[in-house]
Write a protein that binds this ligand. Structure first.
Ligand code: BDR
Ligand code: CA
Length: 365
């Protein structure tokens, strides 16, 4: 009973209230990329219906320059995911984009795939033509290492699947910690999970990898379930996509039908645009109305909480002194944030942008 009041008293004493922390996004708006000065990204995916949407949103966004697409096992095994990625860049009219196949298995846990959500082929059982483009001969982890080293300080990583490839790249080349300016990832949650009561799927599917990434020192924007649940695609959005005359729009309408049907089967109306929102945040951080700096770590031992992103929202901890038969709280040292978490999102504007860009004809680079 004594501990919470003590912590809140300390929060008040240093003038930090929850709301004032949640409002801090000023610095990010200044960095908004443009068509003339695009953000250079590596998109790491496990396609996956919403991964496919994320790829197409990225190729349709002039504010992003995609340096490579790297693939990891997750929603489907990596061999199928890599084939899907090749098909997607051809659909987008972007066969010039490097596509590389990455990790087949998570670092420690057994792989979990999700065909019941994403279809047997990972793309809502919508068939695209067999790709003529080939995979890059390098492993995806090598591609990440090569591109970041050739462009230090320039490449934002945008992972929207389990973090296995990113963790392996950091383990194989620790200098990436100083060379990657930011990671904008879809994953995690500070409002409860979807893969378990505590854990979001991308983190749950490789918690040990996620722990390495969150402890890397690279600034992270964690686009978690709290954000993506505010960016929903409903059936009423589909006719615009389907009737757009764009091959991308038609494909997105078809896979969305499968995706929304799954949501309806489990009792929800509409589907969260998880991975597309991370891409949206890469080209326009003002989709987040509130970005909350937090310190996030990943639970890798908990019985009920394996894969949970555990958030220190107030950036303070209690420090105690042993006074004999008990401990006594003595101070409240500050903790540095390692992530910004969008907690309030302009979902309407994001979904409108999503539908508009994916209804357009494939964009030339
Ligand atoms: C995440 O899990 C996957 O199924 C989706 O592609 C998304 O990346 C949402 O929890
Ligand atoms: Ca994904």
């Amino acid at each position: 009973m004594k501990r919470l009041p003590a912590l809140f008293a300390a929060l008040l004493a240093v003038g930090i209230a929850a709301d004032s922390q949640a409002d801090s996004q000023g610095s990010m708006a200044a960095q908004t990329p443009t068509a003339e000065n695009p953000r250079r990204i590596i998109l790491d995916i496990d396609p996956g219906i919403d991964d496919a949407m994320a790829v197409l949103l990225a190729t349709q966004s002039p504010e992003l320059q995609i340096e490579a697409i790297t693939v990891v096992s997750g929603n489907v095994i990596v061999d199928l995911g890599a084939e899907n990625a090749l098909k997607l860049v051809e659909l987008a009219g972007r066969p010039d984009i490097i596509v590389a196949k990455g990790a087949k298995y998570p670092l420690q846990r057994k792989l979990i795939t999700a065909q019941s959500i994403h279809g047997k082929n990972g793309l809502g059982d919508v068939e695209l033509p067999a790709p003529s483009k080939k995979l890059d001969p390098r492993h995806a982890v090598q591609v990440i290492i090569d591109i970041v080293n050739a462009n230090p300080g320039e490449i934002t990583l945008v992972p929207v699947g389990p973090l296995t490839n990113i963790a392996l790249a950091l383990l194989q080349d620790p200098t990436l910690r100083e060379k990657v300016p930011e990671i904008i990832l879809m994953g995690g949650s500070v409002i409860g999970g979807n893969a378990s009561p505590a854990a979001e799927a991308n983190i749950y599917n490789d918690p040990e990898a996620a722990k390495i990434v969150f402890n890397s020192g690279i600034p992270i924007t964690m686009v978690g379930l709290g954000a993506t649940s505010q960016a929903k695609l409903y059936r009423r959005h589909l006719p615009t996509l389907a009737n757009s005359g764009s091959p991308i729009g038609k494909f997105v309408a078809d896979i969305s039908d499968f995706y929304i049907s799954f949501s309806e089967r489990i009792g929800f109306e509409g589907s969260d645009l998880h991975d597309p929102l991370a891409v949206g945040m890469a080209f326009d951080k003002t989709f987040a109305k509130k970005l909350w700096p937090m310190h996030i770590d990943v639970e890798t031992k908990g019985e009920l909480t394996y894969g949970e992103t555990v958030a220190n929202r107030y950036l303070l901890v209690e420090s105690v002194e042993d006074v004999g038969d008990h401990y006594e709280i003595t101070s409240f040292p500050k903790v540095e944030p390692n992530a910004e978490v969008p907690t309030v999102v302009d979902g309407d504007r994001f979904v409108a942008t999503f539908v508009e860009r994916l209804s357009a004809t494939p964009r030339k680079p």
